[in-house]
Design a protein. Structure first.
Length: 262
């Protein structure tokens, strides 16, 4: 069984790709909606939250986990890998590899939460694989709340104004490739593409899902997987927001979890 978790619902973009690649596998998704966003928290708090998320998923019987959160992947991945005897995949490695394949001029941008950018995880990973690559990293703390509150239309004036400010350093640096280092950000792909025409956008959650799929045996054509959804806060609005992230209606029930118990 596959476990996927995020600070909120952004990880559903990774779940969508995982379910497409492995349609017969059972998946458990946990969104820590009561404590979103993680990107404004201290490293110690992020590790604490991530360990609780992992402990909950383990009670569901998962045997591989995708930390579909850029903040956790860049700040707490070593801690959770060291604390659990099962494979844990983050969103940094796959995105970096995809960006290096895509770039033509070696100038790569990264947008993510403040904690992710402060960790330097994406920049360090790019430097290890391609020391000559130039990386421009920008913290975008307002984007997660905008997405979680539905400001996602390609032409939304509020989102467009925020993106214009955040993406100016990416444009000024001449980046031809941009890593969306938070799994919430692919929901804003249309708006980001408008602000940066011609720039290749890398979906970190989708790239992580590909790495996960490579470690899981393929399913048989007649296998049918089930997806269970859990959150740590309000349930009523889940179906509406989740359908946006997944690109299809969500009819499965969602369960609220007292995550502080774990």
């Amino acid at each position: 069984m596959i476990g996927i978790f995020d600070s909120g619902l952004g990880g559903l973009t990774a779940l969508r790709e995982t379910a497409r690649l492995l349609p017969g596998r059972d998946i458990v998704y946990f969104g820590d909606t009561g404590r979103v966003p993680y990107g404004t928290r201290s490293p110690e708090t992020i590790v604490h939250y991530a360990l609780q998320d992992m402990r909950f998923l383990c009670t569901e019987g998962v045997d591989i986990v995708l930390a579909a959160c850029g903040t956790v992947s860049s700040t707490a991945l070593c801690a959770i890998r060291g604390g659990f005897d099962l494979p844990v995949i983050g969103v940094v490695e796959g995105a970096v590899q995809a960006a290096l394949r895509a770039t033509k001029n070696g100038r790569i941008g990264v947008i993510a939460t403040g904690a992710t950018i402060s960790s330097g995880a994406f920049a360090h990973a790019i430097a290890e694989l391609s020391p000559r690559a130039a990386v421009t990293s920008v913290a975008c703390p307002m984007l997660v709340p905008l997405v979680e509150n539905g400001y996602i239309a390609d032409d939304n004036p509020v989102t467009a104004l925020v993106l214009a400010d955040y993406l100016e350093p990416i444009r000024a640096a001449g980046c031809d490739t941009l890593i969306l280092g938070c799994t919430h950000f692919p929901i804003l792909t249309g708006a980001i593409a408008r602000a940066l025409p011609g720039v290749t956008l890398i979906n970190s959650g989708a790239e992580a899902a590909k790495l996960l799929a490579a470690q899981v045996p393929p399913t048989q054509p007649d296998e049918t997987g089930q997806i269970r959804y859990y959150v740590s806060d309000s349930v009523p609005g889940f179906a509406r927001l989740a359908s946006i992230f997944l690109g299809e209606p969500v009819e499965t029930e969602v369960t609220r979890v007292e995550i502080e118990r774990y």
